[in-house]
Design a binder for this molecule. Structure first.
Ligand code: 3PG
Length: 308
């Protein structure tokens, strides 16, 4: 089988070597397309691929069409909003992610961003401490749980809301206060760390109302997806509430306008970097390779995210 790693934003060299070893030790062929600048390069590369490992690379209907042999796509990471699941399912192509493999890297970035914003982007002047402040975790998955744990270690009072977790004991077991609604979470949290995926239900769902309900000094940390933010509502909230702050990985569509208007109250990374650590590259990349080898060997579909 030909297993193609197609990553516009490449894995570390060590991770690529590790993936190649897993693939060739299992008797498969390894191919690599890195740092491509045009989708036509991906369309060409997938032409004879049986399996595909990607990061945030877009697997559109066109990519699926260009890959007649494709049987499995593994998104080395958590969010798979970049994969056209319908197009894959129609062709019975299995789509998987590698849940949890890059969570620690993202959680550390969320905490780092919190401190960065509390200290006015490390510029001169009086900042504040996150110790003793409330931290609301919006969605309690792999990353949310870690941010909660690290927030507690830093002396924060941690609250959490997750629409899919109804059992309060899940939160209480971690010393986290369960919150019954998204509105309550924002209105009670000085910091909110966002961990919802981008879906039809969540796109544009965080905006003016939630942001302006936050307590004085409210700061939203977004290491999830920029698409979940209503950017016009965000700009309006920042305008009306000079105490609010927003940090995001990656830059909002209107980041230049936000930076110009709100200066150090907003921060956005130039390129999504939450999972950009040597450790996360290794964890997610190698897990993706193993999942593919396992799928071809035994039909294991444990991490499949689509249905057909
Ligand atoms: C994820 O969903 O796993 C993260 O957003 C990481 O994305 P990346 O692989 O493009 O860095």
């Amino acid at each position: 089988m030909k297993i193609l790693v197609a990553t516009e934003k490449p894995f570390s060299t060590e991770a690529v070597k590790g993936i190649e070893k897993i693939v060739s030790d299992a008797g498969h062929n390894f191919a690599l397309l890195e740092k491509y600048t045009d989708s036509s390069q991906l369309l060409e590369a997938v032409g004879d691929a049986d399996a595909l490992i990607i990061r945030s690379d877009k697997v559109t209907g066109e990519v699926v069409e260009a890959a007649p042999n494709l049987r499995i796509v593994v998104r080395a990471g958590a969010g798979y909003d970049n994969v056209d699941l319908k197009a894959c399912s129609a062709r019975k192509i299995v789509v998987m992610n590698t849940p949890g493999q890059n969570s620690n890297a993202v959680a550390e970035l969320a905490i780092g961003m919190m401190i960065y914003m509390a200290r006015n982007e490390f510029s001169p002047g009086t900042g504040s401490e996150i110790h003793g402040k409330t931290l609301g975790i919006h969605a309690y998955g792999n990353v949310g749980k870690l941010v909660a744990r690290y927030g507690k270690a830093l002396g924060m009072e941690v609250l959490a809301y997750d629409p899919f977790i109804t059992d309060k004991a899940v939160f209480e077991a971690d010393g986290v206060m369960p919150i019954g609604s998204v509105e309550e979470l924002y209105s009670q949290s000085r910091y909110v760390s966002l961990h919802i995926p981008a879906t039809d239900q969540t796109r544009g769902s965080i905006g003016y109302d939630l942001l302006t309900s936050m307590p004085k000094g409210g700061t939203l940390i977004n290491t999830a997806r920029k698409e979940v933010i209503d950017e016009a509502g965000l700009a309006w909230a920042l305008e009306e509430r000079p105490d609010l702050k927003y940090a995001t990985d990656i830059a909002a569509g209107n980041q230049a306008e936000l930076a110009q208007k709100f200066g150090k109250r907003v921060f956005g990374t130039a390129k999504k970097m939450g999972a950009e650590t040597a450790e996360a590259n290794m964890n997610a990349g190698l897990a993706a390779a193993r999942q593919i080898v396992d799928f071809f060997e035994s039909g294991n579909t444990r991490f499949q995210v689509n249905n057909f």
